[in-house]
Design a binder for this molecule. Structure first.
Ligand code: KIV
Length: 290
């Protein structure tokens, strides 16, 4: 039982069959629910979030999965790549998101350098994320080379989402953010890796920036839900970076990105008006003071 800080009321959790409910009648999205959605061919929606305010809005809007992506390194901290973000920084973002979320499944990226050295370090990093953020699962990049780490994490009871295709933590190996696995060899490795990820127990696989036909092949081989970003529509769900789909990043226009708002312009207009109102003495007016 937990005390809700906003209302002062106690929120209790009861378990009804496979759905976790709260007394606010909110059913949680669990891995079991995602599998049921896949079996019913119901598409899965996923977005990134890195802070309490946005996470609360998108959770209340009904998004199924919230990813605390290491894209926080770019989006929140302004780094050129995802490489610099640390485990503690990821946990700070993840715990802010978890505090806001009542329904969505929250997945957190293991950042670069916290799981590649060996599988024991990978497990330690995953446990730290789960313990200190309260998230529900982790995601990590890579196929065969990450196998042992993923197995160890799953054995500890932590759900893992795999990530194949354009894996941004390997950007200096790729040298480009172009579409991956266009050639036969890379496509065949990706397909084998996807099958292996399912076999070792990943609850889902994320495919980033690969040809539509390759996603279709992966889809035909796997039973777990597949989430795509720039991987076409032959998958079970889609993910986008929240700030990109809200139009806050004018300089980023890949073909796969659909913008649902021009928030950059809207925020800029609001800030300019606020500034003008202060300078003209219009703000605050009589009703806006004590
Ligand atoms: O970190 C991230 O935001 C991601 C998405 C691009 C899927 O991994």
């Amino acid at each position: 039982m937990t005390l809700c800080h906003n209302t002062g009321k106690y929120i209790y959790t009861i378990f009804v069959e496979n759905v976790i409910m709260t007394n606010q009648n909110q059913s949680r999205v669990t891995i079991k629910v995602l599998n049921q959605m896949k079996n019913k061919s119901e598409k899965i929606s996923m977005l990134t979030a890195y802070d309490f305010s946005f996470a609360k809005i998108i959770d209340e809007a009904g998004i199924d999965i919230i990813l605390v992506g290491d894209s926080a390194s770019n989006v929140m901290a302004g780094h050129e790549t995802t490489l610099p973000i640390t485990l503690d920084q990821m946990i700070y973002h993840a715990s802010s998101v978890v505090r806001a979320v009542k329904r969505a499944l929250v997945i957190v990226d293991l950042p670069f350098g916290t799981y590649q050295a060996d599988s024991k370090e990978a497990l330690k990093s995953a446990i730290k994320i789960m313990k200190e953020s309260g998230a529900h699962a982790v995601k990590l990049e890579g196929g065969y080379q990450a196998k042992e780490s993923i197995e160890r994490i799953i054995q500890a009871g932590i759900p893992v989402m795999g990530h194949l295709g354009l894996t941004p933590q390997s950007i200096y190996k790729f040298g480009t953010y172009e579409v991956r696995a266009k050639d036969k060899d890379e496509a065949s490795t990706l397909l084998n890796d996807a099958v292996m990820l399912e076999e070792i127990g990943c609850f889902s696989v994320l495919l980033e920036k690969i040809p539509n036909l390759l996603s279709k092949k992966v889809f035909s081989k796997l039973n777990v839900p597949i989430i795509g970003i720039g991987a076409g529509n032959h998958v079970d769900g889609q993910v986008l970076v929240l700030q990109d789909m809200l139009g806050m990043n004018k300089d980023f226009s890949p073909r796969f990105l659909r913008r649902y708002l021009d928030l950059d312009t809207l925020i800029s207009k609001a800030v300019k008006k606020y500034s003008t109102d202060i300078k003209s003495g219009d703000f605050p007016n009589k009703e806006e003071q004590y």
